[in-house]
Structures are given as C-alpha cells and as structure tokens.
Write a protein that binds this ligand. Structure first.
Ligand code: B3K
Ligand code: ZN
Length: 865
C-alpha cells in the first residue's frame, strides 16, 4: 500500500472462514541482522472453495515450491501485501524461501533488533513481515521452529513451546529447535536470539507437572528479574486456585526488551516484555513499577488460557481475550493486594482514559464492527470497558454462575478461535438467562448516564426510585438502545448500618435497569426512617450516575457509607462540583466544609494508608473534561490547584507528622509497605501544593534524604513546577545519579514533561538522551506531556499542539503505530474553548495534509470526521 492511501474499512459482517487448514508448519531461520533467511514448509488442506492467498509484506521472495516443484512467476500473483497461487490441489505442501532485513525494521512489528538482539512482535499483523502466511487469528497450526545464528553473538536461541535438538556448526554458528504442540495463530509466534542473563526458577502445577521458568534480561541485570519471577509464580498459582487453569508446557520464558511498542506480549510459552515491566530493583523502581510488573506479568500469563488456548476468530473479537484478561488481572491484583484500593485505581484509569475516549471522536464499541487499522483498536475501550462488562456480568448473573460459565467456556472452546457470541452462550447455559440484551453493551459506543430520583413515603416506608438511562450519540451511532445496567445498592441508616428492602439480603441488592426508564419500589420494614441510598456500589456498572444531591447530602452520605469505593466516589463527586464552582468563581475561596470533611476522612483512614492516599487525589483534568463543553483546561487546572492547596493547608501538620516518621525499612515491595509509602507520597504532593518557598525547601530536603525511588520521584515531580533553585538542583542531581539507567531516565523525562510547559517538552525532545527509535523514551516526553499535562498541551498559543505534532511527524516514518497512538491525545479537541480548538483543528489538518502512515491517517481521519 502506498503511504498516502486512505485506510480501507474492514467489516465484521464480511467475515468468511479461511478456505484451507494448515495443520503443521516448519519454520527455518538463518539469523542475520541484515539478511535473515526464512524457509517455511506448510502442509495445507482445502476445507472450502476459495483462492489460496497468503499475506506477506516487505519480503524478498527467493523461491516457492508446491509439492516439491518450484513455481514459475506465472503460477502466482504478488503485490505489496499478498501472494496468490492460482491453482492448488486439495492437499499439498508449500515451501517458501524469503529474505528479510530485521536491522531496518524500525516499526517494531515482525522480526527486529533491539539492543543487538533479535526479537519479534507479531500481534496483530507482524507475522506477515516474517514469512508468507495466512496472517489471521483463525488459522491455527502446530509450529516447529529451527534457527541458526552466530554462536558468539547470539548464544541463546528461544522460540515457543519446548526446546528440542540443538548443536554447533563448524563455522561458528549454532542451531536450536523448538516445538510447540499447541495449535496457535501466527500472532502468537515468537523468536528471540541474543546474549542474556537469566533468572531461573521452577513451578510444579496442580497436576504435578514440572515447569522450567526463565526471565531473560540484559547482561548484569538478572537480580532485577526476581520480582517478575515471583509475580509469574504467583500468577500460575492464582489461575489454578481461582479458575482451575494449569500451565500446559514444560517451559515458560519471559524476555525483556528495551524497544517495544507497548507493555508486553503473550506469545505461547515465550512472553516478550517491555523491559519497563520486567526490571525492578529496590533502588531504582517505584511501588507503582512493582505493582505494574505484578499485574502485567499476571495479565500475559493469564492469556495462556484466555487468548492462546482459546483465541479470537477475528480481530473484531479482540475484547474476548483482552477485556476478559484485564478482568482476570484485576481480580488477581485484588486478591493479592487490597480489593477496594484496586477497584478505585481501576475506575480512576477507566474514567480518565476510557470515558474520555467514549466521549470523543475516536469512540467505538467494545466489539467494533469495522476498522481502518487494527493497530489502532488496542484501546481503553476494548481493554478497560471490556473488563468492566465482564464485571457487570458477574453482578448480573452472580459469581457462581459466572464461574460455572467460565468452566463451560474452557471446556467447550479449548483449541478454537471464538467469538463473543460463543462466550456469552456459556453464561446463558450457566445462568439460564437470556443475555442477548446484555450483548448490546458490546455493539454500542458511549458511556450511559443513569439519572436517579428518589421519593420517600414515610407512611408506607417505601423508597421509590425513578431511574432513566441515556447514552449520548457517538460517531456513526445516533440511535442508542437501553442496555442492562446492574446497580449494586444498599440502604444506609446513617448510623453505620444497612436496612434490607423487601427481597434483599445482607443489606445489599442489585437493581437492574434494563429499560430506558424504570420505577423501583423498595419496601422497608414499617416505621423505618428515611434511608440514604448507596448506589453503584463497587462501581458495579461503567456508567455516570446523575443524582440531585446537595453538598450537605453528599457529605452525609459519605459519612454513612459502608462501601469504600463509594466513600471515595462521593468525595470525587463533591470535589468535581467544587472545582467547577471555583472555575466559575475565580475569586471565591474553596468550600471549608468540604475541605475539612475530606481532610477528616484522610485522617480517619490513616490506618489504611493506601486508601487514605487515594482520598487526597482530586479528579483528573481529563476526567473533568467530560463534564464541561466547552472546556478551558488552564482554568480547570488552576481551579483544581486552588482546591488542592486548600486541602494541603488543612493537612499541613498531618503531612509534617507523617513525613517526619521514617519510611518503612528494610524496603519490601509488598502492598503493606507500598500503602505506607503511598500516603507519604500523597503528603509530599500536598506539601508541594502549598506553593511556598518553605515548601520547596522542605521538598528538597526530603528529596535529598529519600530512601527509595517512590519518594525520590515524588519529590522530584512535586519540585518541578517550582521556579526555584531547588528545582534545578533536584533535576540535575537526579539525572547525574541515574543517567546510566534508561528506565529511570524515562521517569526523569516524564516528570518534567508531565509538569512543564510546551517549551519544556520541546527542550526535552531535543535533549541528547531523547531517542526517536525507543518508544519508551518517546512516550516519556510526548505521552507524558500530551496525555497527563492537558493544560499545557492545550494552551491557547498552540505551542503544545505543535510540539506533539512535530514529534509525531518525526516518529511516523519510523514507527507508525507509535505516532498514531501519540495523536490520540487530541481526542477531546472538539470540546476545547475556541482558541485552543482552532489550534487543534489546524494542527490535525496540517498533519493530514502531510500524508502520513495508514495508522496515523486512520486516527487523523476519525479525529477530524
Ligand atoms: N496482546 C498484546 C497487545 C498487542 C498490541 C498489538 N498492537 C498485549 C496484551 O494486551 O496482553
Ligand atoms: Zn492482553
């Protein structure tokens, strides 16, 4: 395809099965960075009428043989993307021989070089850059891999499955074979070759099978893989205990690479990870790093059953593996750490990213029915809303029926490429419920709002709820249908207790709003006082709740709440409306009653420090965007700062007391210590919010004495907005201390881009350590600026837009997937106040006129549509 072509839409309704099966394939790699030879031998069987077409991009074809006979040019047709053999028998063996150039692969899709080693990334469509193949998830084969390479440069040769024969050649090269007995689609193929250090361990499955585990990292860094290994073993055990799923090969390897387009990849038996989610030492990693490693290692491991053993029929079904696996990793983290804290963090992410996506021009259903570029569909909607829908399903049918449905799914669909319909069929069987209406959630974009009005009748002790759902129009979808919204609810007596309505048990019930409007009568025991309604407890459905509650009522509710999620959420609602009030009344001081209630809540929850820390976090600017149109990001940021400052003033002596205590020692990355440190870092942040010279001095002293990366980085982040010498000292001390550790220097870039001006972001993008070929480094400036620093990104002078456009322009020719992802940061542009809005539109249009890659053009076209 020419780079200037506009993306063609691929449609779900046009799915047709591949008309051939390829039971087995043998791949033979002769590895060389500039010219790797790939010989492929496949056994093909026709299963339906249709042409024999293979995908292949940027391959130099040396030879092609059918049943041993070399084909002539006239026997097949070939363009930049496909190879079609005109006539084939019903059963045949096809051999292809191609040459590829991994050293020039800067897109990081297919086989490429990172840190002088070979590594691969095939999801979604990378395999076609390696060899000719029907590169679609519903073609599953058993892979046998043989590779040879220079032994001194590439002593370790890895692929999927278990190792077979290996040995030396006389010319300094050596070879290894790997065999994967489980049929898999090409997107799960992986190959790594190079010199690594390895952290090894073993695991014995619940079936008594022995598994050799290895985490492969840069030389000299083996001990930094220990936490990833512990996380892997914990994941293996959890999947056995929670879902009765055991690992199914004798080997499980993880390889860390520095240059990687996203977090990690679940290739069968050979996960490849962005090194940011593998390497962690006590000195250089934050608690957030340890937590992310645990969760991503879990996520990729859990794909072994939800993704690999059962894969997707086509890419429209991506949520079948991703939404479900995110749900599984969230449950894993909840079981290992604190469930309420995990829930709050997951919802914060959902609201900041997915709700924003759902409200803008890039909105799409969890299961889209068309796409221009598949790489652009790895979105917050598919992942996070996909996970929320599984969670809502557990509420709707109950956890027992859910668990039963999962076992039916594993039993019935093992070894297949499946659909959302197949998956929901299992829960219909398990629950006896018709879930066809629930599946609307998958077909319809946009975040529903639920309006709730209450009417209390003291004579009959009845609380009548009038519920109404509505979903705003999204691109291409104006007519929205009602979806079933399961709302966990409780009636609070205001004294810390619950009152059961008729039919409820243990103080809680589930109200299912499955029509546009619904009236629900909750009958309470005769003589009850008017209860307080607690609704969408634990955030049981991914919706906005709209209730007419005054601040006094919200404070009363927060004080009576028994659901930790809702305690936090009531304060979020209060803070959100207070920020808007401050925005509209620039001279007005922050509401004392709210500040002191919030500060009291922080104090009274100090025994659960991770939770107390979350209470101090005010709604994110990206989330606040969703509640205003037009929106003035600078004004919002200023209003938010005023509220934070007031909270900081109220908690000043608490912060001093907490920070005067020693940080937990010796350092352990466990949830308990991380919780204590999270409250300490919250107090560091609030100290910075005071914005006084004294605060800068205190922060610098804390920075100098910081005993771990979590606190050191928190101080640095908090010092960056100060215009004082402490800021410059901290920035340069940190750089000097960590300049040889790229993962830490990524953080150094990110804290500055995340707090600074467009000029700061531009200066960082011109820094000697900025590196366009490394996605982590590009994101550490561009994504940190455009996605977390909205006031500066959308500043009226348009400089923020320009700096991101320039980085995207430089990135696009090398790495289209990365450039496209950066430009999604413009997704809320239509809501901006007129000056920034005009700048965003100009910027997007000028990028569009620059004729960029297919991925980037897809984002631009949708953003501007
Ligand atoms: N499945 C991969 C993501 C692949 C992204 C391709 N553009 C990692 C994950 O979600 O587990
Ligand atoms: Zn995944």
């Amino acid at each position: 395809m020419l780079r200037t072509d506009t993306p063609v839409s691929i449609k779900l309704e046009e799915y047709t099965p591949y008309p051939f099966e390829i039971d087995e394939v043998a791949l033979d790699f002769s590895l060389d960075p500039k010219a790797t030879r790939v010989k492929t031998k496949m056994k093909v069987r026709r299963t339906a009428d249709g042409a024999f077409v293979l995908d292949g991009v940027k391959l130099t074809l040396n030879e092609i043989r059918l049943n041993g006979k070399a084909l002539r040019d006239s026997d097949y047709t070939r363009d930049d993307e496909k190879l079609t053999i005109k006539t084939v028998p019903d059963e045949f063996t096809l051999e292809t021989d191609v040459t590829i150039d991994p050293s020039s692969n800067t897109a990081l899709s297919g086989l490429y070089i990172s840190g002088g080693r070979f590594c691969s990334q095939c999801e979604a469509t990378g395999f076609r850059y390696i060899t000719y193949w029907p590169d679609r998830p519903d073609v599953m084969s058993r892979f046998h891999v043989r590779m040879d390479a220079d032994k001194s440069k590439y002593p370790i040769l890895l692929s999927n499955g278990t190792p077979g024969d290996s040995g030396d050649h006389s010319d300094g090269r050596h070879y290894a074979e790997w065999d994967d007995p489980h049929p898999k689609p090409s997107y799960l193929f992986a190959l790594c070759a190079g010199d690594y250090d390895v952290w090894r361990d073993t695991f014995t499955t619940m079936n008594g099978d022995h598994v050799d585990l290895g985490v492969y990292v840069d030389k000299g860094q083996a001990t930094s893989a220990e936490w990833a290994m512990e996380s892997l073993k914990a994941s293996m055990k959890w999947d056995e205990e929670r879902f009765a799923r055991a690992y199914d090969l004798g080997v499980f390897n993880i390889v860390a690479v520095r240059d990687f387009n996203f977090g990690a990849m679940e290739n069968k038996g050979l996960n490849i990870f962005n090194s940011a989610y593998v390497l962690a030492s006590q000195e250089s990693a934050t608690d957030a790093d340890f937590e992310a490693i645990e969760s991503i290692v879990g996520h990729e491991y859990f794909h072994n059953w939800t993704g690999n053993r059962i894969t997707c029929r086509d890419w429209f079904q991506l949520c079948l593996k991703e939404g479900l696996t995110v749900f599984r990793d969230q449950e894993f983290s909840s079981d290992l750490r604190s469930r309420p804290v995990q829930r709050i963090k997951d919802v914060m992410g959902l609201r900041a990213r997915q709700f924003a996506e759902d409200a803008g021009p890039l909105a799409h259903p969890v299961r889209p029915d068309k796409y221009g570029s598949i790489e652009n569909l790895y979105t917050a909607t598919v992942y996070s809303k996909g996970a929320e829908l599984i969670r809502a399903l557990t509420v709707l049918i109950g956890m027992d029926a859910f668990d039963k449905g999962m076992q039916i799914y594993f039993d019935e669909f093992d070894g297949t490429a499946s659909t959302i319909e197949d998956f929901y069929g299992c829960f219909e069987k398990a629950s006896g419920k018709d879930l066809s209406q629930f599946r609307r959630w998958y077909a319809q974009a946009g975040t529903p709002s639920v309006r709730i009005d209450e009417d209390w009748n003291g004579d009959t002790s009845t609380l009548t709820l009038s519920l109404r759902q509505s979903t705003p129009a999204t691109p291409g979808e104006t007519d929205k249908q009602p979806v079933p919204i399961p709302l966990r609810a409780a009636l609070l007596d205001g004294k810390g207790g619950h009152i059961d309505a008729d039919g409820w048990q243990n103080g809680e019930g589930v109200i299912v709003l499955d029509t546009e409007t619904k009236t629900v009568e909750l009958k309470l025991p005769q003589g009850s006082d008017k209860p307080l309604l607690s609704v969408n407890r634990q955030f049981s459905a991914p919706v906005h709740i709209d209730r007419d509650l005054s601040n006094e009522q919200l404070l009363e509710l927060a004080a009576s709440e028994t659901d930790p999620f809702n305690i936090w959420d009531n304060f979020q609602t209060l803070a959100r409306s207070e920020i808007f009030r401050l925005l509209d009344n620039p001279q007005s001081p922050p509401d004392e009653a709210l500040i002191s209630a919030l500060a009291d809540a922080v104090r009274s929850n100090e025994s659960d420090p991770a939770f107390a820390a979350l209470l101090t976090v005010l709604p994110d600017i990206g989330e606040l965007f969703q509640h205003r149109d037009p929106v003035d990001p600078a004004g919002l940021s200023d209003a938010r700062k005023r509220l934070r400052k007031a909270l900081g003033e109220n908690l000043k002596s608490d912060a001093e007391r907490i920070l005067a205590e020693p940080s937990p020692a010796p350092f352990e990355p466990n949830a308990e210590q991380a919780g204590i440190r999270s409250l300490r870092t919250a107090m560091i942040g609030l100290t910075g919010a005071l914005d006084t010279p004294d605060a800068a001095r205190k922060l610098k002293a804390l920075f100098d004495a910081a005993p771990n990366m979590t606190e050191s980085l928190a101080c640095l982040r908090t010092l960056v907005p100060f215009k004082t010498s402490e800021r410059e000292d901290a920035i340069s001390t940190f750089y000097e201390r960590w300049k040889d550790n790229p993962l830490v220097i990524d953080k150094w870039f990110a804290v500055q881009a995340g707090q600074g001006t467009a000029e700061d972001a531009r200066r960082l993008s011109e820094h000697q350590d900025f590196d366009l070929s490394n996605p982590n480094r590009v994101r550490s400036v561009a994504a940190a600026f455009a996605m977390t620093n909205l006031a500066a990104f959308h500043a009226r002078d348009g400089e923020g837009h320009k700096v991101i456009a320039d980085i995207a322009l430089d990135t696009d020719p090398r790495n289209p997937a990365l450039a496209a992802r950066l430009l999604t940061s413009f997704e809320q542009w239509r809501k901006l106040e007129p000056v920034a809005k005009a700048s965003a539109e100009r910027t997007l249009k000028s990028l569009q006129a620059a004729s960029l890659s297919k991925n980037t053009m897809d984002i631009l076209a949708r953003a501007l549509d």
